[in-house]
Design a protein around this ligand. Structure first.
Ligand code: SF4
Length: 362
């Protein structure tokens, strides 16, 4: 596998990343095993904690309900968090989010699917219409000034992105945009997901495209770890090995969220103009991309690891692999603390609810 970082379409800097083995963890506790096997169906961690009151109607089933890469990732981070999520527990109040990524993805998906629209003189107005349509379906509870600012920032960043990668929009053909997959693996693991885009380059090669919006990305770390990125490998494996699309690898786009802050006396439009000027001055800070090729050997190895994780999860949810571990190192190591921190610490479901669907995004 190779990773190539490209700040512009023509850039040819190359960096190679080393792979690290994924360490399997876990122990088998016979006492808990006996105990849990005797329990009725229900979420194991909640029952084991013994302090929560509400048991779910139906136990999560890997074959029937399926698993996405984000759930797999969650299991790797903390099996407890996975089990809460698998039983569709979520905070009653809105999840903490920056909202920026959702708007950016929504607008960009349109331009990738219809590349000719990149040349429209009214493309900013088109972006605004896409955002407004999206907000009708998925309202964001933000003060109006804040919402207008997010919309303006999204349009500014999208516009600059379309200029920065203008040549690619002329040459690359969309194969799939925001398409979901739902496929059975080994007859018992239902794999599900949605891929940002799949494109075909002029040489006929097929690539998966990912877009990440973030304000905090360490370029060097990202370059090194992309070779073992779970999402990239998972999607490439599914598309190539299970669905037969010859995907070469991933074009991984990093789009930095503007760090400028709106001044107290500044209007939204003055602020957005200032952001546009900043992006025009240093586009390479805002946009860069890596091209990661996953060879058949990479996918062979990933398949072994994936199968191993899925078997572990299967045993966990069926109650044959106990204890279900809490990974307390994951409680507060990201921008936002674990969604289940209150539930997990108190054993109470106050402030949480069970939603009807496991995969709202699919
Ligand atoms: S609060 Fe910590 S231990 Fe509990 S589910 Fe979240 S990450 Fe796991």
């Amino acid at each position: 596998m190779t990773i190539q970082k490209k700040t512009k379409p023509s850039d040819s800097n190359t960096a190679f990343a080393k792979k690290q083995p994924i360490e399997l963890i876990g122990s088998f506790d016979e006492v808990f095993k006996t105990y849990v096997r005797s329990l009725p169906t229900g979420i194991l961690p909640i029952v084991l904690m013994g302090r929560t009151t509400k048991a779910p109607a139906e136990k999560y089933n890997l074959q029937r309900d399926g698993i996405s890469q984000s759930m797999l990732h969650e299991y790797m981070e903390c099996p407890y968090a996975f089990m809460f999520n698998a039983q569709r527990w979520h905070r009653s109040c809105e999840k903490q989010t920056t909202y920026f990524g959702s708007l950016f993805h929504e607008v960009l998906a349109h331009f990738i699917e219809f590349p000719a629209s990149v040349l429209r003189i009214d493309r900013d107005a088109l972006s605004l219409k896409i955002i407004d349509d999206y907000l009708l379906k998925s309202p964001m509870s933000l003060p109006s000034d804040e919402l207008e600012t997010r919309k303006g920032l999204t349009i500014a960043l999208i516009s600059a992105y379309l200029d920065h990668y203008a040549e690619d929009f002329k040459k690359w053909k969309p194969v799939e945009v925001e398409q979901t997959f739902d496929v059975m693996y080994k007859g018992r693991f239902r794999l599900r997901g949605k891929i940002d885009a799949i494109i075909e380059k002029p040489d006929g090669s097929i690539w998966k495209e990912e877009h990440k919006t973030s304000s905090r990305i360490n370029e060097d770390v990202k370059c090194t770890t992309l070779s073992m990125d779970l999402q990239n490998q998972f999607y490439t494996f599914v598309k190539k090995r299970l669905l037969g699309l010859p995907v070469v690898g991933t074009i991984y786009n990093v789009n930095r969220v503007p760090q400028l802050r709106k001044g107290k006396t500044e209007s939204v439009s003055e602020f957005v103009t200032r952001v546009r000027e900043d992006i025009a001055k240093r586009p390479e800070w805002y946009f860069y991309r890596f091209e990661v090729i996953y060879t058949d050997r990479d996918l062979d190895r990933f398949e072994i690891e994936l199968t191993s994780w899925l078997e572990e999860i299967e045993q966990t949810v069926e109650g044959f692999r106990i204890p279900i571990r809490r990974n307390i190192c994951s409680c507060d190591n990201k921008m936002y603390p674990c969604e289940y921190i209150a539930m997990c610490a108190s054993g109470q479901t106050n402030g949480y609810k069970q939603v009807p669907s496991l995969f709202t995004e699919l």
